[in-house]
Design a protein around this ligand. Structure first.
Ligand SMILES: NC(=O)C1=CN([C@@H]2O[C@H](COP(=O)(O)OP(=O)(O)OC[C@H]3O[C@@H](n4cnc5c(N)ncnc54)[C@H](O)[C@@H]3O)[C@@H](O)[C@H]2O)C=CC1
Ligand SMILES: O=C(O)C(=O)[C@H](O)COP(=O)(O)O
Length: 373
């Protein structure tokens, strides 16, 4: 079998070496002409997979090593009888880690504790439910909106307005254009104008869920608008440099970029392809993941431990350093920061020696760390 894969998918030989011959290309440059002798296409979020790419090619199976599927024309794939798979939840823990780190930073900068104030969550899927679980375990009040789940009978959910009134808001909805519950500009000009300067806004779903122009206008107001962290942007890889300068944390779509999240994505695709081929071999994450990470010394507070593990200011600093460049140079820098992203371990793959403070120990476990007693 002939496999073409995005060069940013890790562990390809380990997971797909037994299935066939693997060739790689940068995801954004995969073209129809590259697929003339390809049976299996493996992509990430930056390759649009539709009729324009696949028509007239022998591709019969498409896998995306991502949670989001808005870059696949799944309707067309199904009409054509082309099988496809994604990796639901593969990097959801990483996004939850990112959210906790950003909440910790916002709390420190606002002179509060991470546990102070309610958090509103938009989207209660793999990501939103993990964020919710950890916040609940930390004793933080949460409100969640998810109209499709509410319609299917899930209880305890609230409306978007109630979520947008919370002290802190985390957006984890997929990008859905059309249908009963579209999410494009779900956070629209009206919702953005109503945000208060004491609020925190985190967007880590898809860029177009937030009206970026309206957000920029809000942040330009005299009160400075909410404390904002954007990981995803309208028009990636070309971000609005003004907006990126105005938000407190601007990161290049890396919330899900843990080592484990990326490897899990590849493993899940290999398992899906094997199922499709009716092959029994099961690649396992455990075989690919290195020893757990540790911290040399345990800082005194939950916020400090979270920021010692992952500090979003580093990623924001690197993106900010690209913003004065030309358009094309900024776009390629965005992709390069993602391609060359350093190893980031998930909190659950951090094994920390428990300290003498039982309250902190409990908080660290609630946040997702593994504690060794
Ligand atoms: N920044 C990053 O690095 C990453 C971003 N993502 C993005 O996050 C999105 C969510 O991921 P998962 O939770 O794993 O997806 P999921 O598919 O498990 O859950 C999405 C949830 O959003 C809900 N939803 C749909 N329309 C909604 C609306 N109008 N309002 C509120 N909720 C709505 C769905 O009912 C579902 O429960 C992905 O689709 C992807 O676009 C995912 C991973 C990494
Ligand atoms: O899984 C998703 O959905 C994401 O947003 C991924 O973090 C996107 O990563 P890339 O596929 O763009 O490398």
């Amino acid at each position: 079998m002939r496999i073409l894969a995005d060069e940013n998918i890790p562990a390809l030989p380990a997971c797909f070496g037994g299935s066939g011959e693997i060739r790689t290309l940068p995801g954004r440059s995969i073209r129809q002409a590259d697929l003339q002798d390809v049976d299996v296409l493996l992509v990430r979020s930056v390759t649009r997979v539709d009729a324009a790419l696949l028509e007239g090619t022998p591709v019969r199976w498409v896998g995306t090593a991502t949670i989001g599927t808005d870059h696949l024309d799944t309707h067309w794939l199904e009409q054509q009888g082309i099988a496809w798979a994604s990796a639901p939840g593969c990097n959801a823990e990483a996004v939850a880690d990112y959210v906790l780190a950003v909440l910790a930073l916002a709390a420190v900068e606002q002179g509060k504790a991470l546990t102070d104030g309610a958090v509103g969550i938009v989207g209660f899927g793999n990501v939103g439910s993990r964020v919710h679980r950890r916040l609940q375990a930390l004793g933080i009040e949460t409100r969640v909106t998810d109209p499709p789940l509410a319609r299917s009978g899930v209880t305890g959910l609230v409306g978007l307005d109630e979520v947008l009134a919370c002290d802190r808001i985390a957006l984890h909805a997929p990008l859905v254009r059309g249908g009963c519950w579209p999410t494009e500009h779900l956070l629209d000009a009206g919702g953005i104008q109503a945000l208060r300067p004491d609020q925190v806004l985190i967007s880590a779903g898809r860029g177009a869920v937030v009206d970026n122009a309206a957000l920029r206008e809000r942040l330009e107001a005299a009160d400075g608008g909410p404390w904002t962290a954007l990981d995803v942007w309208e028009g990636e890889p070309l971000v609005d440099p003004q907006l990126a300068r105005m938000v407190r944390i601007a990161t290049p779509h890396i919330a899900g970029y843990s080592l484990e999240g990326k490897l899990r994505g590849t493993v899940m695709l290999a398992q899906a392809l094997n199922r499709w081929l009716a092959v029994e071999s099961e690649p396992a994450l455990e075989a690919l993941v290195p020893e757990p990470a540790t911290l040399d010394a345990l800082p005194a507070t939950l916020e400090e431990v979270l920021l010692a593990t992952y500090d979003p200011r580093r990623d924001a600093h690197q993106l900010r350093a690209t913003l004065d460049r030309s358009r094309s140079s900024r776009a390629s820098a965005f992709d390069r920061l993602r391609r060359d992203y350093p190893v980031r371990r998930e909190l659950g793959f951090h094994h920390l020696s428990a300290g003498s403070d039982p309250v902190l120990n409990r908080q660290l476990e609630a946040a997702g760390f593994t504690l060794i007693y």
